[in-house]
Design a protein around this ligand. Structure first.
Ligand code: AP5
Ligand code: ZN
Length: 208
């Protein structure tokens, strides 16, 4: 199974990937997570990516395609792409990478559709545990362990100002990216609760 999950910043991609990767035994490939790790480790990729990520802008295609190319080559059984492709050029690169690695084509694109007001609320309320990488939300998924709660941090791009830039980048590219996959794109109402969104996704993926 080869899936893409797409949607605006904080639409719930990472949250639903936790369910998807377990249920369908998929390798979760999040370019956002990979880039944040590269930045934290100060690798050449991280150094190139940092200023873009800090301002909420997309990292250049060549940098992102480099990291995805490395991980795809070891993914014959199935994968779940989270946050990639984000531009039509990335979609083209993905197409040729899959062809070159004998991986066939994408089976389904899950598009999480969430209204803007909810996106801002989800971004500003998100908290991360720096030790485990687990994600929480002050209102929708509060952390219940006091020890963990006191070490929670906010992602540096999770401010209202930066989410505006991230949303602009998203809006500028969403039609072109979804357009590249035609009727493989399945839109999910992402405004609902985590469980209700997961129900919709499961129904779609079970039919793929
Ligand atoms: P990336 O990390 O991919 O960020 P993003 O797309 O902005 O998405 P997020 O990770 O913020 O949100 P999510 O959809 O995973 O939501 P989550 O489940 O966490 O990318 C970061 C940056 O890296 C980009 O800005 C760019 O610079 C660069 N980059 C990455 N990929 C790139 C690419 N391909 N090309 C170029 N540049 C790239 O949920 C969010 C919050 O909401 C959480 O607190 C969660 O608990 C809560 N929540 C989730 N679902 C629900 C629900 N149903 N109801 C209530 N709350 C919910
Ligand atoms: Zn994410």
């Amino acid at each position: 199974l080869k899936l893409i999950i797409t949607g605006a910043p904080a639409s719930g991609k990472g949250t639903q990937c936790e369910n998807l990767k377990v249920k369908y035994d998929l390798k979760h490939l999040s370019t956002g997570d990979m880039l944040r790790e590269a930045v934290a480790n100060g690798t050449p990729t991280g150094i190139k990516a940092k200023e873009y990520m800090d301002s909420g802008k997309l990292v250049p295609d060549t940098v992102v395609c480099g990291i995805i190319s490395d991980s795809l080559s070891s993914c014959a059984t199935g994968f779940l792409l989270d946050g990639f492709p984000r531009t039509s050029s990335q979609a083209e690169t993905l197409n040729s990478l899959m062809h070159d690695n004998g991986l066939g084509s994408i089976d389904c694109v899950i598009y999480l559709d969430v209204n803007e007001e909810s996106l801002v609320e989800r971004v500003t309320g998100r908290r991360i545990d720096p030790e485990t990488g687990n994600s929480y939300h002050v209102k929708f998924k509060p952390c219940t362990d006091p020890e963990v709660t006191q070490r929670l941090i906010q992602r540096s791009d999770d401010t209202e100002e930066k989410v505006k830039v991230r949303l602009q980048e998203f809006r500028a590219n969403v039609d072109a990216v979804n357009g590249a996959y035609g009727d493989k794109v399945k839109t999910v109402d992402g405004n609902k609760s985590v469980e209700e969104v997961w129900e919709q996704i499961r129904e779609i993926v079970d039919k793929v």
